[in-house]
Design a protein around this ligand. Structure first.
Ligand code: ZN
Length: 164
């Protein structure tokens, strides 16, 4: 079976940056399950996997536009500490915070007085990413999986799945 929209896919992957440093890998852990065509993966990776089958290996380099987008320096801003959901705010941590444009996840760069300087960009925004992917399994998604937008079953465990 080939990867196409609405297929449930298991992959083993290693993500590296431009310098060849490993950012994240699933090697030695459970494979990552996702639903193709639902935006579970960054757009360039979905595109690179389209039409491939189990056992195939995909090696792809994605510019920011096909991965997590460009950095937006307007996302670096001062936010009152009272807007944070967390009781303590530490430099370097990632937090949910209520901003004028909604609930966002931000990284704290510094804290001064009643304010934190935060960066709302995705940590991988603006970066060229290299994915080495081995396709482990491809199957049809169930109706329930498509309704929820994620993969179910024993394979899906360990990915923060919740029933709702
Ligand atoms: Zn579910």
């Amino acid at each position: 079976m080939k990867i196409a929209d609405k297929k449930a896919v298991a992959i083993e992957f290693t993500l590296k940056d431009d310098k060849g440093e490993v950012i994240e890998t699933s090697v030695g852990k459970d494979p990552l399950w996702f639903l193709q065509g639902l935006g579970n993966l960054v757009p360039g990776l979905e595109k690179a996997l389209e039409g491939r089958g189990a056992g195939e290996t995909v090696d792809v380099t994605l510019p920011p536009a096909d991965a997590y987008g460009d950095r937006d320096e307007k996302e670096v801003r001062k936010v009152p500490l009272r807007r944070f959901k967390a009781p303590r705010v530490q430099v370097g941590g990632r937090y949910q915070v209520q901003l004028d444009d909604g609930l966002r996840v931000v990284s704290v760069k510094s804290v001064s007085g009643d304010y934190a300087l935060v960066d709302g960009n995705h940590p991988l925004a603006g970066r060229t990413l290299h994915f080495l992917v081995k396709i482990v399994e491809v199957r049809d998604a169930t109706g329930e999986e498509l309704e929820h937008g994620h993969v179910h079953g024993p394979e899906g465990h360990g990915h923060g799945h919740h029933h709702h």
